[in-house]
Write a protein of this length. Structure first.
Lengths: 151, 151
DNA sequence: TCTGAAAGTAGTTGACG
DNA sequence: CGTCAACTACTTTCAGA
């Protein structure tokens, strides 16, 4: 997953797939001036090199019953490796995203819960983890902006 | 986009599309025990009701040259409306996501920049915005975990 | 590496239970 | 709300430039 040279055509194809991952190769082709087989070959290559990691549906968590969201700063026990923290966090299905960060906290985690009660329960379980010393949460009031693709 | 009742079949279909947004209706159908037209009709309905907001490609920002990422807490001028903040933030293509939050900050913004220099420039332009009083950033060291779909 | 054609497969619509 | 069947469109492979 290192540096892969992308030409303009590749970037246009990627941009099109970010806008609509279910677009047909023919449709993308007319947009960039290429035939459908040529587009498919490039998309296959982009997937093979890891530039495109996959295709996913953008869903409304609210409609699925996930109405509560929070950012959680996680403070770890001394000498906790990122790998150890990861293997802890990935056992929580409510953890939607986790980044190691600069600053006082070791990681910032995004949680999706069905409601505040659920969120509280998850935070409690999180704090019971040996690698987690403490947490600090801010609850998301509203999603202002969300740009697909570059997440 | 309020409450929409989803049955088990709908949830399985959504889960499948989160895993692979380019899956064929026939393929989804064999997974959930439905014919392709039946799946298509449900997917059309899920899109119409806003449960599925779209389909997007998951790309590796690193491969596209976006190597620097940051969480930015934004502190706003008094009586700034979320709408005003939004119309400010959406003029920044580097803003990948923004949430209004509880706590001292008014919003948390996620930035994608090509490098630290670019990040610095974006932060400077952000702080020049009238609605933005101040910002506080933490740089992302590494993406530990990322679950597609529930973003 | 592309295009163009041929063959297979999937999407889409309409009739019907 | 589901299936089935027919038509259309897309994907995929292969030959050739």
């Amino acid at each position: 997953m290192g540096r892969v040279p992308l030409d303009d055509l590749d970037e246009q194809i990627v941009a099109h797939l970010i806008r609509d991952a279910r677009a047909s190769y023919a449709e993308i082709g007319t947009g960039v001036g290429l035939s459908a087989p040529a587009v498919k070959r490039r998309v296959d290559r982009l997937r093979g090199t890891g530039v495109i990691k996959g295709f996913t549906a953008r869903v409304d968590p609210h409609a699925l019953g996930w109405t509560t969201e929070a950012h959680v700063e996680v403070f770890c026990a001394p000498r906790t490796s990122p790998a150890a923290l990861l293997s802890c966090l990935e056992r929580f299905p409510e953890v939607v995203r986790a980044d190691t960060v600069t600053g006082k906290a070791d990681a910032v985690v995004r949680l999706l819960a069905s409601d505040i009660r659920h969120l509280e329960a998850v935070l409690e379980r999180l704090r019971e983890e040996p690698v987690v010393l403490s947490t600090r949460s801010t609850v998301v009031l509203n999603r202002l902006l969300e740009r697909p693709g570059d997440h």
